[in-house]
Design a binder for this molecule. Structure first.
Ligand SMILES: C[S@@+](CC[C@H](N)C(=O)[O-])C[C@H]1O[C@@H](n2cnc3c(N)ncnc32)[C@H](O)[C@@H]1O
Length: 234
């Protein structure tokens, strides 16, 4: 089993095919981001776990970022092309080693990046770090794969996940991602996990969307989609 960095270094050349297969979902999230910040001026935009940066650049263009576009990713291969772009500052580092006095009006962490943090403590530290990086009135948007998403993972699997959670089974929420030659562990969230991170910070949930992983449609309940959060500072 590889760590996330080795897994994404390996996947980098075929990453666009992966994201094309999820186009409806990813586009729906990107549109939601653009809509969510249409009433604020975005001077600085930070994308954590930006991958190859293609989505970050599209989002930045759709919201007209006025000053800095900053990308962070732990995989050097994923970030390779984005590093060459003139109007972008790309950092191949852990978010915990990223230090700056810049405050960001928009921070994103998209497509289950959060599921690659190894422990709950690390995820809480990430939320605390994001709180220090957000500008006053800034917005943080992230999405995670949802282990209670019946539409996508099926009733049987979700029943099993609910049972594991109820019985407090060790490692509930951890799954294997990828094909045999390239695999990593990934954490799939439940809708209740996120509050346990937020509660440790001065962040607050402004809106939660449930978005169908195949069609990109907004759904009424968390049993029908992946989880997209709009977060602001208290
Ligand atoms: C599924 S990809 C998503 C990429 C991009 N956000 C997108 O939507 O196309 C997850 C990305 O998170 C990055 N990643 C995983 N753990 C990370 C960490 N601790 N810090 C920074 N990046 C991380 C991976 O290298 C990978 O590029």
């Amino acid at each position: 089993m590889k760590d996330s960095k080795a897994y994404y270094d390996h996947l980098a050349t075929s990453y666009n095919t992966e994201s094309d297969n999820r186009k409806n979902y990813l586009t729906a999230v990107d549109k939601y981001i653009a809509k969510s910040v249409n009433n604020i001026r975005v001077y600085n935009f930070l994308d954590i776990g930006a991958g190859n940066g293609n989505r970050s650049i599209e989002i930045a263009n759709s919201i007209s970022v006025e000053k800095e576009i900053v990308l962070i990713d732990s995989s050097s291969k994923m970030l390779e092309n984005a590093s060459k772009l003139e109007n972008v500052k790309a950092h191949n580092t852990s978010v915990f080693d990223f230090n700056t006095s810049t405050k960001f009006d928009l921070i994103t962490c998209l497509w289950n990046v959060l599921g690659h943090f190894n422990t709950k403590e690390e995820r809480i530290q990430l939320f605390k770090k994001i709180s220090t990086l957000l500008a006053p009135k800034g917005v943080f948007i992230f999405d995670v794969n949802n282990r209670y998403n019946i539409n996508h993972y099926g009733l049987h699997n979700v029943e099993q996940n609910l049972k594991n959670d109820t019985l407090n089974i060790k490692d509930a929420g951890w799954f294997t991602l990828g094909e045999k030659t390239n695999q990593t562990r990934v954490y799939m969230h439940s809708p209740f996990d996120i509050n346990t991170y937020i509660d440790q910070t001065d962040l607050s949930v402004e809106e939660i969307k449930y978005i169908d992983y195949t069609t990109g449609e907004t759904k009424p309940t968390f049993f029908e989609g992946q989880l997209v959060y709009k977060i602001t500072k208290l």
